[in-house]
Write a protein that binds this ligand. Structure first.
Ligand code: UDP
Length: 322
């Protein structure tokens, strides 16, 4: 019988792509999601769906009791700005919710977890590209919650309860190339979905936050990694843990830096029209450059990003928008 994986947050943007990857590899997938930002439309027919909240311990325990081999945990509040204004929401959802997941795993003897962590655990870069040895010093509450969850997984591991892989994503972009899902979310906050809303006329225009950074064109540089590449890393991490019974913390990025202006220019090229935007002041807490050194993921998981061409990545989004 196929191993059963509980994908918590599997109706969201990255989670739905992870769900798809695991189904394609023959796993038996259960999606657990409260649909607060994700959408039922993102859940594939082959997945079983449980509508549940990670704050509901009873429901979590029930889900976890169904002969689950491993958990992929992607359920979180993820708006950096909001986390600085309403830390209570992030404390409850991200911290308490994750502890509930770890406890439910222990109660039900589930031994493996892949956790969606973030480059936000590092804080302001002390050097670029950042490897996993970079100091962990989050500068926003969201990043702190990711760090705290990593630390809890470390402790549960030390106490012999489970193995974990924390995947520290850089900037996730793109949709599945085959068009089966796009992991659409309500109220997108990130650059690419905002640009797409402007491209499709759903919003008037958008702002580029800062054009006075010390970068080649004055705008921020990020490491944009295609969601399909991210999804593949989750299944590789599961496989690795099943084989080796060890735990890992790994960066997932391409190592390639792309500026906001370059993203905008590439989008205009892909969609064949000009976008309406203005330059706005810097967004607080934004480092000028953030790029990953992801050699560890390659060494340990044999993972390497396939989709590194930004125009190709943008096309994967645009093809589904039109
Ligand atoms: N950004 C922007 N305008 C927007 C949203 C984002 O200029 O409306 C910039 C932001 O300052 C950052 C980059 O785009 O340099 C990526 O931001 P996003 O919020 O997508 O991800 P983050 O880097 O914060 O994880």
């Amino acid at each position: 019988m196929a191993d059963r994986i509980l994908v918590i947050g599997g109706a969201g943007y990255i989670g739905s792509h992870v769900q798809k990857q695991l189904i394609e590899e023959g796993y038996d997938v259960i999606v657990y999601d409260n649909l607060s930002s994700g959408d039922e439309i993102n859940i594939l027919e082959k997945a079983k769906f449980i509508k549940g909240d990670i704050l509901d311990e009873k429901s979590l325990n029930e889900a976890m009791s169904q002969n689950i081999k491993a958990v992929v945990h992607l359920a979180a509040k993820k708006a950096v700005g909001e986390s600085m204004i309403s830390p209570d929401i992030y404390a409850k959802n991200n911290l308490t919710g994750s502890i509930n997941i770890l406890n439910a795993m222990v109660n039900n003897n589930v031994k493996y977890i892949v956790f969606s962590s973030s480059a936000a655990v590092y804080g302001m870069p002390e050097y670029i590209p950042m490897d996993e040895k970079h100091p962990i010093n989050p500068i926003n509450y969201y990043g702190y919650t990711k760090r705290a969850i990593e630390e809890n997984m470390e402790w549960f591991n030390k106490l012999g309860k489970l193995n974990y892989t924390a995947l520290r994503y850089f900037n996730a972009v793109g949709y599945a190339f085959d068009g089966t899902i796009r992991g659409k979310e309500r109220n997108p906050q990130n650059l690419m979905p905002i640009i797409m809303e402007a491209a499709t006329g759903k919003r008037d225009g958008f702002s580029i936050f800062g054009n006075d950074y010390e970068t080649r064109d004055g705008t921020c540089i990020r490491d944009y990694i295609h969601v399909t590449d991210l999804a593949r890393a989750h299944s590789l991490a599961l496989k690795k843990m099943f084989e080796e019974n060890k735990s890992y913390k790994l960066n997932l990025g391409t190592g390639i830096g792309t500026s906001v202006k370059e993203i905008v220019d590439a989008t205009e090229k892909v969609i064949g029209k000009k976008l309406k935007y203005t330059y706005a002041p810097r967004r607080s807490g934004d480092p000028a450059v953030l790029t990953a050194k992801a050699d560890e993921a390659q060494k340990i998981l044999g993972w390497k990003p396939v989709y590194t061409d930004i125009e190709e990545i943008i096309s994967s989004v645009w093809n589904l928008e039109i």
